[in-house]
Design a protein around this ligand. Sequence first.
Ligand code: GLU
Length: 450
Amino acid sequence: MKSSPNNYVEHFMARLIEKNPAQPEFHQAVLEVLTSISDYLEENPHYINSGIIDRIIEPERIIIFRVPWLNDVGKIVINRGFRIEMNSAIGPYKGGLRFHPSVNLGILKFLAFEQVFKNSLTTLPLGGGKGGSDFDPKGKSENEVMRFCQSFMTELYRHIGQNTDIPAGDIGVGGREIGFLFGQYKRIKNEFTGVLTGKGINWGGSLIRPEATGYGNVYFAEEMLKTKGDSIKGKEVLISGSGNVAQFAAEKVIELGGKVLTMSDSDGYILDKEGIDAKKLKFIMNLKNKHRGRIKEYAEKFKILFHPKARPWAEKGQIALPCATQNEMNKDEAEQLIKNGCICVSEGANMPCTPDAIDIFIDNQILYGPGKAANAGGVAVSGFEMSQDSMRITWTRKEVDAQLKKIMKHIHQTCAKYGTKPGGFVNYMDGANIGGFVKVADTMLDQGAV
Ligand code: GLU
């Protein structure tokens, strides 16, 4: 990094932290992008001169609201609801809703910020946003989840719309929650429009949307491996998480001939040395999506080891797919992965690797695909869902999957275009950050003081 933008980044971060205290994940996400694009900013000073960086880190709008709901014993419970409308330069705000007790303003701002660059990389006309609540769906009855979703939408509906802001799922928000939210929106507005994505297939959803983030992540890993004349076939794969992204990443790895060794949840991880095959994966899907059980039940059923309160990164595998949550892999774990022969890390979750873990990957020149590139398949197919809703038509599985593959390939090309270093090493993080930034920044310049 050269001196002047480096100083610029330092000063900028000091101001950002002062103005947005107690938002460490947001600071982390901004610092990563600024560091990646600093050389590019020096070569193209008009971005700084026209205040693009000051503008791009400031959400266009933040909505925070009370969500009162009645629990099963008749008590009123209060949660906090959020929607961060981050950037609408290239399209309506688009991004998921997260229901998890850890949700706060800083976490949603980091996610909304990442979403802006991710959505830009997809090539689709999607701005960036994110929302959610500190509501914890764990241990809640179906009726409690429904009453919560209805109350959440009773406030959110006035801020969103198919041409304004289109939420979707994220951690704690899957098909069931999207159904409850959509039902309430439709009642209040008396209209049937594609205001949410991740909808059921009978009511405006797209085929392949549930699979898209996980499949896309594996397609991205496959593209990275291809540059080394390699592939997933025959590789041992460590996956964290057991939610939507992890499940379909595992499904695609199995289909492509890889061996999935691990999956996890917040209680710990399972290590299945024989490999989690398609049949065992069905058990996990059923366990997680229907019974809402814990991953240790897999260990009990298939008589393998459960590692409580631990993450799978000390195990031996050539590919790692972190698909759980932010900052789930640290420097020591990254070093251990490399020691154990890992050659490729593709992020299914948003910002799962800490900055010093990423440094380890880049210093060792392994294939490292950052989430905003590697997990963009989910929001890309959300974009296709919006197109199908607008046209009142449906595409086949084959069509959507082919389009998803094409987009992941394109994102890989964009990363290589902006991230190839002298000597040929591709820094996918820099590539994704610069590639995502340019389209949004140039558009903001076109649109004047926005
Ligand atoms: N929550 C997903 C993400 O992090 C999907 C967002 C969407 O489909 O709008 O990209």
